[in-house]
Design a protein. Structure first.
Length: 138
C-alpha cells in the first residue's frame, strides 16, 4: 500500500491575504495600540511612543533569527535573564600557610607514588596497539 506523506507541515496557513493568523494578530494589535496612543495623548508624544510599538509589532510578525520567530527569541531571552544560574566551578583563593606547614605536606605526585617513568609504564601497559615494544624514553 502506498500512502501520501504530508509535507511542509511547519508552514502556517495564509488566512488574511498574504498574512498568517499570528502575523495578523501582531499587526492588528500594534496598529490598535498606536491609534489609541495617538488619539488619547498629544500628537507628538503619541507618535513618539507609537514608533517603538510598531517596530516591535513588525518584528514579532515578520522577523526571524536562525529560522526562529522573534517571539521565541524574546521568550528565550526572558527565561535566560530571569532564571537562576548554576556555577559548577569557582576558583578558591589560596590561603597563606606558614613555611613549617608547607614543609610537612607532601606534593600530590609523591603522595600517590606517580612519577614520569611510572606514568609512561602505565600508559604503555594500557596501550592496545603493540605490546611487544618497550616504552620509548624521551
Amino acid at each position: 500500500m502506498e500512502y501520501q506523506v504530508p509535507q511542509f507541515i511547519e508552514v502556517e496557513n495564509k488566512i488574511f491575504g498574504p498574512l498568517t493568523l499570528r502575523q495578523f494578530v501582531f499587526l492588528a494589535g500594534g496598529v490598535g495600540m498606536c491609534v489609541g496612543l495617538i488619539l488619547y495623548l498629544p500628537f507628538i508624544i503619541g507618535a513618539a511612543l507609537s514608533v517603538p510599538i510598531m517596530g516591535l509589532a513588525l518584528a514579532l510578525a515578520f522577523y526571524k533569527v536562525n529560522n526562529k520567530s522573534f517571539l521565541d527569541i524574546l521568550e528565550a531571552g526572558f527565561i535566560y535573564y530571569t532564571g537562576g544560574r548554576l556555577y559548577l566551578w569557582k576558583k578558591e583563593q589560596k590561603s597563606e600557610t606558614p613555611a613549617i606547614v608547607q614543609a610537612t605536606v607532601a606534593p600530590v605526585r609523591e603522595k600517590l607514588g606517580l612519577s614520569q617513568g611510572k606514568l609512561k609504564d602505565l600508559a604503555w601497559s594500557l596501550d592496545i596497539q603493540d605490546h611487544t615494544k618497550p616504552p620509548e624514553t624521551l
